[in-house]
Design a protein around this ligand. Structure first.
Ligand code: F6R
Length: 244
């Protein structure tokens, strides 16, 4: 539990930078799993600052994002492709060929193959060294909504009503929020060697307490993180307020 979101974001950015530099010194790369949404914005801002002011290079980094809305083109204002470029990728020296997001623009018949290819690409890169997560008020990680199994892999999912309502403001109305998304599965996330979940603010307190303190159950997919050998939640005081 950190004093505030800035302190927690700085801590994680420092750890990511240390990992990148340590691997670079050994001539090796780092595979990062990344999240979108409001939660990781401070983390990305700090990584950009370290790139500009401290010479942190991302040339040896490969990234895989958790999810993408289904049906939005890359240039849609709310696509996660665009979000990641605006919030991070456009401001650092990460080579474009090392950036990966699920493709939300394929016809239905091609989605299954493209999800398998995403899994294969993560595996071919050596697996995720570190997966950064946020948490939704439904208890989702990525877009693994209630009902997602522990073994689930990258796939097309239907977004929960609460998730769509939470996104309504960004989309200027709930009717504009896509009904489907492509997300890494819970199993894909749990395969990461290290996981850090970030959460700020009171609106996450209830779901966070359940994820940490209740028995793992598919009605709250974040609770499956309890079975992972190297997972940490970096949270602020308000997000921690319902923990017993
Ligand atoms: C984003 C993602 C989601 C968000 C979650 C929290 O890639 O997979 O699980 O992390 O919905 O969103 P914010 O940070 O906007 O509260």
């Amino acid at each position: 539990i950190f004093a505030d979101a800035d302190a927690a974001s700085r801590q994680l950015a420092g750890e990511i930078a240390a990992l990148i530099r340590e691997r670079a010194a050994a001539g090796k790369g780092v595979v990062l799993g990344l999240a979108t949404g409001s939660t990781p914005v401070r983390l990305y801002r700090e990584l950009i600052r370290m790139h500009r002011e401290e010479g942190l290079s991302f040339k040896n980094v490969i990234t895989f994002n958790l999810d993408e809305y289904y049906g939005l083109t890359r240039d849609h204002p709310e696509s996660y492709w665009r979000f990641m470029h605006e919030q991070l990728f456009n401001h650092i020296d990460l080579p474009a060929a090392q950036i990966n997001l699920p493709n939300g623009t394929l016809p239905r018949g091609e989605v299954f193959g493209s999800c398998r290819a995403y899994e294969d690409k993560i595996a071919a890169a050596g697996g995720l060294d570190l997966q950064v997560l946020g948490i939704g008020r439904t208890g989702h990680i990525g877009f693994n909504e209630p009902g997602s199994t522990r073994e689930s892999r990258t796939r097309l999912v239907t977004l929960d009503g609460l998730t769509r309502r939470d996104a309504a403001r960004d989309f200027l109305g709930e009717a504009n929020v896509p009904r489907h998304a492509i997300t890494m599965g819970v199993g894909t996330i749990l395969d990461a060697r290290r996981i850090v979940l970030l959460a700020w603010g009171e609106s996450k307190a209830g779901v966070l307490a359940q994820a940490v303190e209740a028995a793992p159950v598919d009605t709250l997919p974040a609770s499956f993180l309890q079975g992972h050998p190297n997972v940490r939640f970096y949270i602020d005081g308000s997000a921690a307020s319902a923990l017993t």
